[in-house]
Design a binder for this molecule. Sequence first.
Ligand SMILES: [Fe+2]
Length: 211
Amino acid sequence: MIGNAFLLISTLFIMACQTQQDNHYEARLVGGPCEGCEAVLEYDDRELNQVDTLPDFNNQGQKIKISGTIYENDGKTPAEDVILYVYHTNQEGIYEAKEDATGWGKQHGYIRGWMKTGKDGRYAFYTLKPAAYPDSSLPAHIHPTILEPNGKYYWLGSYHFAGDPLLTQAQIDPDDPRGGTSGYLSLQKKNGIWVGTRDFILGKNVPGYNH
Ligand SMILES: [Fe+2]
């Protein structure tokens, strides 16, 4: 009995040390409840880069590139070491999970990726423009989640696409958007790929951010 308790305590201790070693921060959800925001923590440190190509990019569909700058709370200083997680549906509007999916990949599907900003605060990702959910009035969208180097993480409003007949005015031009910007993208074709930009300001319009 005592041996078992000792084993349990040692195991918990080792797990706690590993978590600390891996993350270097204490992750804390802010900005209200968020189902699946923990997915932002599922990155592989060795693969983090300022630019990511999502796994669907070579499938059939409209190739897009989305990029921008993430700023500190002052809205001016580029924010370094910020992790941005994005995920979206496939060309049928489904969050398509692979058989070997792990963690939130089971719900968010395989079309997801993580980026980490450098000194210039820049991020970019390549993917296919997603389709809207089947039998739904929601427009096509990409979900972003932010993880700051201090451990705060929170959801931001989705990216949307100009010309989508399902878009509402509130989605195009939201009041007080989280992260400071609307996710409405007007894509322009450059060098054979459709590009859109969106910047973020850390914590902007995120309730409870400073508590
Ligand atoms: Fe969604």
